[in-house]
Ligand binder design. Sequence first.
Ligand code: CDT
Length: 328
Amino acid sequence: MSDSPRSYLTSTNRQITVGAAQLGPIARDESRAEVVERLVDLLHQAAKFGCDLVVYPELALTTFFPRWWIEDPVELNSFYETEMPSPVVRPLFDEAARLGIGFCLGYAELTADGHRYNTYLLVDGEGKEVAKFRKVHIPGHETHEPQRPFQHLERAYFEPASETFRTWTAFRGEIGLALCNDRRWPETYRVMGLADVEMILIGYNTPIHYYPDPSQDFLAGFHNRLVMQAGAYQNGTFVVGVAKGGVEEGVESLAESCIIGPSGEVLAQAVTDADELVVSECNLNWCTAYKNTLYDFSRYRRPEMYKSISEQMPLIADEPQVELRYKE
Ligand code: CDT
C-alpha cells in the first residue's frame, strides 16, 4: 500500500453513490399511495445527486404499527404486504428502474402460508430483486402492556427469521442487510464480516423513550452511532443507517440517519427528523485497507479462543422463539 493517505480511494472502479432516504413520521391514516409519493420524491432527489442506491427505513410503507395493541385481525392485516411490488408500490419500482437506481425497502410481510416477518428487500438498478432479508432479532414484548405510554409489540406481530445474516454480490461489492434492533448485536456485523461484507444497509424505527429503563433515553443517538460505527470499523465495512424519525402519532423516534465508512467515521448524517436524503460517495476499495491489515481475519483472528460463545447455542433455532398472537 502506498504511504499517501487513503491512496486506495484514487481507484474509482468500485465507487458507488449511496443515498440514505430518511423518512419523517407516517400518520396512521396516511395511505400507501401518499407514502409512495414521498419515496419517489426522495428517489428524484437521489437521481440529481447521481445515486446508484437509495436506502429506505424499516417498515417504510406505514406508520410503526407495533406501538398499538391491535385486536382486529382485519385492521392488523392492513399493515402487511402480501405481494411486492403491490399495485400501489409499483410506481416506486418503475421509477427506480427508469432512473437506473437500486433501492432497499422495509415493509411488513405476510406470506401466503400465514407467516409474518419484518422484511427488507434489495432491488437492483434494473428493478430486479437481489435479496430479501427478514429481521433476526425481534425486540419489545409479546402481550399487551397497558401500563406503557405506547406499546412495542414486534414480538406479537413478527416472527424471527429462520435464516441468518449473509451477503449478496451487488452494486460492485458485497452487500449485507439488517433491520433496526439487529444493529445493536455484534454478531450481526461479524457474521457478515466473515463473509467479506463491504456495505451493510440498516433501516430502523427507534422510539427514544425506552420504557423498561428510561435512563437510557438521552443516550439513544449515542448508542445508535456507537453500535454502527463499531460494527463498521471492526469489520472494515460501510454501514448505512436509515431512520424513520420524528414524532409519529405522539411518539418520538430517533432520526440521525448516517453513512459510516470502514474507518468507523461518520461520512454524512441527517440534520432533520423529516424526509431527508443523506448522500455519500462510497468507494468500496476503502474496505480492503482494513480487511487486509488490522482486521485481516485469516491472519489475526483466533476463532479457537472464542468457542465458548460460538458453540454456546445453535445459531438457528428450529422453531420460532415466540408464539405469535396472530399466527394463522
Ligand atoms: N424497530 C426496532 O427494532 N426498534 C428497537 C427498539 C427497541 S426497544 C423495544 C431498536 O433496537 O431500536
